[in-house]
Design a protein around this ligand. Structure first.
Ligand code: GLU
Length: 514
């Protein structure tokens, strides 16, 4: 810890500072997760700040999406634009008055200067630097030391200036990173810190706000390492205590390229919602991208555990365990975790999570009846063991909610019916007609009610024992009649859920269509 940073509050304050430039990036969740885990580990606070100073890339609906997706993941903030807090406002566009005095001070102290160069002049300067292969890059300081009048005499002048940092030769290029240890960054350029539109750039706003909001630890993506010297200079010039820095490794595709929203749908946080991932599975997955399995001491020595909750992650959190090497974003691993979390849910809970997807798919009405909800729970229990994504439930659940005469038989399932299908269905119908209905919820216990054990026993006797069919062939036509498909949730349980009347109606309908 540097001498100046000891001025900071002893209770850690962390923040995530997304820019509302479109669908929230998965990196925003990843960054929030690590910030929040450390904040919780230390009993500190977590702030959400909206960095909307880039007006060209600003998108109005993006902020709501950031709130909604982070809430969905359970990564809640203690202070932010929507919940308020002692350092409000938490939106940079509402803090413009805050930045002014800092800019004035930097100008007055000679650490910053006005620049009137037009975009065309800057483009031309860059092109010339490139063409001459000169080792000099960055702004050529044409405006440095000039008054507005002096500069106006020269070509490439614009009336509204920007403000640039005057980077000294001895800019601090080395800093201590919580994840990477001693970290070196390249020398910076005379960075613009205040734009012609009256907005600060990220570099000024981030330093001012992190200071004003009492942020003690700046945890952000590794792409900001090269900006850190500029931020350190601003802290130094303004006489502000420095926070600690932790630069998280960037998420990468399997081909090692950076995850971008243009190329990879999984870079968008909303994609995970749409695809039927559970938030707890995604949180666990994001943690594992840069963090090893949790190690616990058990009676038989230490055990490693890849599956852990946010609370467990926060409880074990330690910066020294974060892996600085770019993690590969392997969705196969997420699919595996998702299935695992789906199986661990209470049936009632899983049914509740499936509901919006089923409504969306038109399987259930937006306000289902109690009877429909009861049936949904029964069906959910049947499909739970093999479900991998919430989106995959609709096709499996639909047959339990369509009228018998509206059940669609897959052409594919019909095509694989064997010649003896009619004989099999006749035998099944005859046998099941003799099996009485359930007496309400009363299980008769004499093997004679419409319960799945009895249905199975009767069908086995009729088809396997009497007709001599192999079970696999015996039950295929029944499965198709009941579900319309070749593959379905367990057959006898399905028939119990549908009830005697529907099951027989479906068997008869397929028989009649042969
Ligand atoms: N607004 C920046 C971003 O969206 C935040 C970087 C930081 O956390 O300092 O990446």
């Amino acid at each position: 810890m540097t001498a100046s940073s000891s001025n900071l509050a002893s209770t850690p304050r962390l923040r995530v500072a997304p820019s509302p430039t479109g669908d929230p990036h998965v990196g925003t969740a990843y960054m929030s997760l690590f910030n929040l885990a450390f904040a919780r580990h230390e009993g500190g606070s977590f702030v959400l700040r909206i960095e909307d100073t880039d007006r060209a890339r600003f998108r109005a609906d993006s902020e709501e999406q950031i709130f909604a997706t982070l809430r969905w993941l359970g990564l809640a903030w203690d202070e932010g634009p929507d919940v308020g807090g002692p350092y409000a406002p938490y939106r940079q566009s509402e803090r413009l008055d805050t930045y002014r005095p800092y800019v004035e001070k930097l100008l007055a102290d000679g650490h910053a200067y006005y620049c009137w160069c037009s975009a065309e002049r800057l483009a031309q300067m860059r092109a010339e630097q490139q063409a001459s292969k000169s080792s000099v890059t960055g702004y050529d300081r044409l405006c440095l030391g000039k008054t507005r009048e002096e500069r106006a005499e020269l070509p490439g002048f614009t009336p509204t200036p920007v403000v640039r940092m005057r980077i000294p030769d001895d800019a601090p290029l080395v800093f201590d990173d919580l994840i990477r240890g001693e970290t070196k960054a390249p020398p910076p350029d005379d960075q613009v810190i205040f734009k012609a539109d009256g907005f600060p750039t990220y570099h000024l706003a981030v330093v001012v706000d992190d200071h004003e909001m009492g942020i003690t630890h700046v945890v952000r993506g590794e792409e900001w390492i090269s900006s850190t010297p500029k931020h350190l200079l601003l802290y130094r010039w303004l006489g502000l205590p420095e926070p600690r820095f932790a630069h998280m490794p960037l998420l990468r595709n399997t081909d090692k390229s950076k995850i971008s929203k243009r190329k990879n749908p999984a870079a968008r946080l909303t994609w995970f919602q749409q695809e039927g991932y559970l938030p707890e599975a995604l949180v666990n997955f994001l943690a594992l991208l840069a963090y090893p399995p949790i190690t616990e001491e058990g009676p038989e020595g230490s055990v490693e555990r890849e599956v852990f909750s946010f609370e467990e992650f926060a409880q074990h959190f330690d910066w020294s365990k974060v892996n600085p090497v770019g993690p590969i974003f392997d969705l196969g691993k997420l699919d595996w975790l998702n299935g695992l979390y789906i199986r661990e849910l209470e049936v009632k809970e899983l049914a509740a999570r499936l509901l919006p997807f089923l409504v969306e798919a038109g399987v259930l009405p937006p306000r289902p009846s109690l009877g429909e909800l009861g049936r949904l729970e029964e069906v959910t229990a049947l499909i739970q063991p093999r479900l991998t994504h919430l989106t995959k439930a609709a096709d499996q659940v639909r047959p339990y909610f369509v009228a018998d005469d509206e059940l669609v038989i897959d052409p594919d399932a019909r095509a694989q019916l064997k010649e003896n299908a009619a004989q099999v269905l006749d035998a099944a119908i005859q046998r099941l007609e003799a099996l009485p209905d359930r007496q309400g919820d009363l299980v008769t216990g004499d093997g004679r009610g419409w319960e799945h054990e009895n249905i199975q026993a009767q069908l086995r006797a009729a088809l396997v024992d009497e007709l001599g069919l192999k079970p696999k062939f015996a039950f295929a036509p029944l499965r198709t009649a009941i579900s319309g498909a070749r593959v379905s949730p367990p057959l006898f349980e399905s028939m119990e859920i549908l009830g005697r009347h529907s099951s027989l109606a479906r068997l008869r309908a397929l028989r009649a269509s042969l």
